[in-house]
Ligand binder design. Sequence first.
Ligand SMILES: *Cc1c(COP(=O)(O)O)cnc(C)c1O
Length: 371
Amino acid sequence: MPELGIDSSKLTIEKTKLPKSSLPTKGLVYGQNFTDHMLIIEWEEGYGWKNPEIKPYSNISLDPSCCALQYSFELFEGMKAYKDSNDSIRLFRPELNMKRMNESAARICLPNFDGNELIKLIIKLVKLEKDFIPKDFGYSLYLRPTMIGTSGGLGPKPPKSAMIYVICSPSSPYYGLKIKPVKLEAIDYASRAWPGGSGNSKLGGNYSPCVLYQRESAKRGFEQILWLNGEDNHISEVGSMNFFIAFKDNKSGKCELVTAGLDGTILDGVIRRSILELTKEKLDKEKWDIVERVCTIQEIIERSEKQEVLEAFGCGTSAIVTPVEGIEYHGKYIIIPTDLNNECGPLTRNITKWITDIQYGNVESNWSVVV
Ligand SMILES: *Cc1c(COP(=O)(O)O)cnc(C)c1O
């Protein structure tokens, strides 16, 4: 018998007896507040996916020997639901999150699933929690689909049972309403990801080893780490965001928007991909080249000295775009231009607007799914 796939038509919903009134929009700290309900779908080897359930948000019970806790069989996604001016709820390119979630699962021998069925279930959850989605621009409901291996018994091996769950967290604009650029510390003595590793999967195990360096760097006054890779110290990502930098060639006057290629050490970000596609469509082709290529810290230093660096930013679902105002490397501080208000440069500003306009339905696009 083939294993059963996720069947959204089998969903059961148990509503909480203690509903919270919807959360205030002011002073929401990222990821600290959760809504009343969660979605859970269990899987067992040989059987497949069991009936999906929406239940009150609560603790889950696990065998202390289970593989999620012992060997980090855990992966997650980050996506958001937005409220548009008609009070309709929208998701942004959710099929890309489902594809990546399946790829992360395959990487650590967790089961695959039908992404369309999980999207249907997420839509049911989001509709149930709609009063928790702050309406104002910049606010959203952050969704955290998670998969864990639940089978017990020591020894790292493919999990025999697993669980998908989805929790929802109402969120404010990541950096408040004023855009605030960040200072980066470029680090070459530690790596977030390496060739043949798992940096291109969204696995919990990729993140905990980075927090130590993040904390050390924060003590030195930097908001994020710029992860350098390889003998040539090329840029991979910034914190847990993808990284973009824009140059202008003094001789030809041509501009270039650069990000690292997907070489196995780079997370295939939905926002990264959207920025590549939007800039190719919208920027003047005579003037701009949009390129996925190796960019070393040395290139940034040299081109900064020639005043050829235009702008740099990190990007990801949480903050969309995070402008960079400077990069420290081996005691040298490279200033990255922003604007007179010290917010961000014009390209960063345009990109942010192109993306958020689609997410909030101000501009119609098939990237925005009205649910
Ligand atoms: C999640 C994540 C990103 C951003 O991905 P988006 O899909 O754009 O949110 C980038 N880098 C890392 C390491 C990540 O975990």
